[in-house]
Write a protein that binds this ligand. Structure first.
Ligand code: SF4
Length: 384
């Protein structure tokens, strides 16, 4: 791909958590004694080296994890300053409810954080216990109120659904309570039983059961109704925002922009199309000069698949000319027309996107399109 607009973002993976949540498959370390200064040194060292292939300054910074809200104020301030983002950049930190005290918020904002993504998950005590959350529901509620009043540019909450034995009625009560706090952005997570997690082992032993597909779909549709009713518009399958509160960083992923991933297990996508992944090991990350575990310029076919997967979940969807120019692949008109006729896609000129009926079955639609890509030129161009 080429990057004529020079818009890119930085993601920093901060891998440490107080304990491991039983459903989580991210790369995390449970460690009381985190070498914060050494970590910031390494991240900024990696940044200085990798950013040579990225033009100008990042338009967004996202500190994810793991639990970045565990980072001491001096480390957070040094990290944000060192990333030297564009003056008006969106700078997000994920925070867990037990960390985001008044003092933490004040320090985070002084460090340059202007958006918080709160790992709220649920206000239902029974399901909070199932998820083994550190914070009580009351604590999570107080934290959400505190963040709402803090004067941030924006903030977001994560809401989980499709939990074992959860009913649509439970979810409705939960989401209504969450919406009462007034988040301008909500990210939904339908629970999945990821390989290697305690939840997956419980599933194998028959101790936990997933909700069936019908219930999943009913829950998703009900969430969409509740969120849109509260003025939050879907701008990606699982992400909803009031106008002007869409995440700049998320939009980079869903509009095929480059991003620079830093830290253990982080991934990146350079302006020249190279994709890389870092080692999933904090000690090796701290010790190795080059933390890259994998790096490749994808084949044109892989580029086309990556493009479909990254942009089709977003409301803006896919520009068919962009697909042809950047990957040398196309989608036959008959395939697109068939999905339009079945009301799963909408088409406007050369742009296709999921329809209302297409969003709940996004993965199936994308798989269908991926299986019908056609190579149209011998060599995909690397740049415009
Ligand atoms: S706090 Fe977040 S990143 Fe850490 S284990 Fe729990 S879900 Fe995973």
């Amino acid at each position: 791909m080429s990057d004529p607009e020079g818009t890119w973002g930085v993601y920093v993976h901060v891998p440490w958590c107080r304990r491991r949540c039983p459903y989580c498959a991210f790369y995390v370390e449970v460690d009381r004694d985190v070498p914060w200064d050494a970590f910031i040194d390494r991240v900024l060292g990696e940044y200085a080296w990798r950013r040579r292939s990225f033009p100008g300054q990042p338009r967004s910074v996202f500190l994810g994890g793991g639990t970045p809200s565990r980072m001491p104020p001096h480390a957070l301030a040094r990290l944000v300053r060192g990333l030297n983002a564009y003056p008006d950049a969106e700078v997000t930190a994920e925070a867990n409810p037990e960390d985001a005290t008044d003092a933490w918020l004040e320090n985070a904002m002084a460090a340059g954080i202007n958006r918080i993504s709160l790992g709220l998950q649920t206000f239902n005590p029974r399901f909070a216990r199932l998820l083994n959350r550190m914070s009580t529901v009351q604590q999570a509620h107080q934290t959400a109120l505190r963040i709402a009043a803090a004067g941030l540019r924006s903030w977001s909450v994560d809401v989980v659904f499709a939990l074992p034995e959860q009913r649509v009625e439970d979810l409705v009560v939960d989401v209504e309570a969450i919406l009462q706090v007034g988040p301008p952005h909500v990210s939904l997570y339908g629970l999945t039983f990821e390989p290697g997690t305690p939840f997956e082992r419980a599933l194998q032993r028959g101790k936990l059961a997933p909700v069936d597909d019908e219930v999943w779909r009913a829950m998703y549709l009900r969430l969409v109704r509740e969120l849109e009713g509260a003025g939050l518009r879907r701008y990606e399958v699982s992400n909803f925002a009031r106008p002007g509160h869409e995440s700049v960083h998320n939009l980079l992923y869903w509009t095929d922009r480059p991003y620079l991933g830093l830290g253990p297990s982080a991934h990146g996508y350079a302006p020249d199309g190279t994709r890389w992944g870092n080692v999933r090991d904090a000690n090796r990350y701290l010790e190795q000069e080059d933390p890259t575990a994998t790096s490749e310029v994808p084949t044109p076919e892989q580029q086309a698949l990556d493009l479909l997967v990254s942009v089709m979940r977003g409301r803006l969807g896919l520009d068919l000319d962009h697909l042809a120019r950047h990957t040398g692949h196309s989608l036959p008109d008959a395939v697109v027309d068939d999905l339009v006729t079945r009301s799963l896609l909408v088409r406007e000129g050369r742009r296709i996107a999921l329809s209302e009926a297409g969003f709940p079955v996004a993965d199936a639609v994308i798989r269908h399109l991926a299986g019908r890509l056609v190579r149209t030129v011998a060599e995909a161009p690397r740049a415009d």
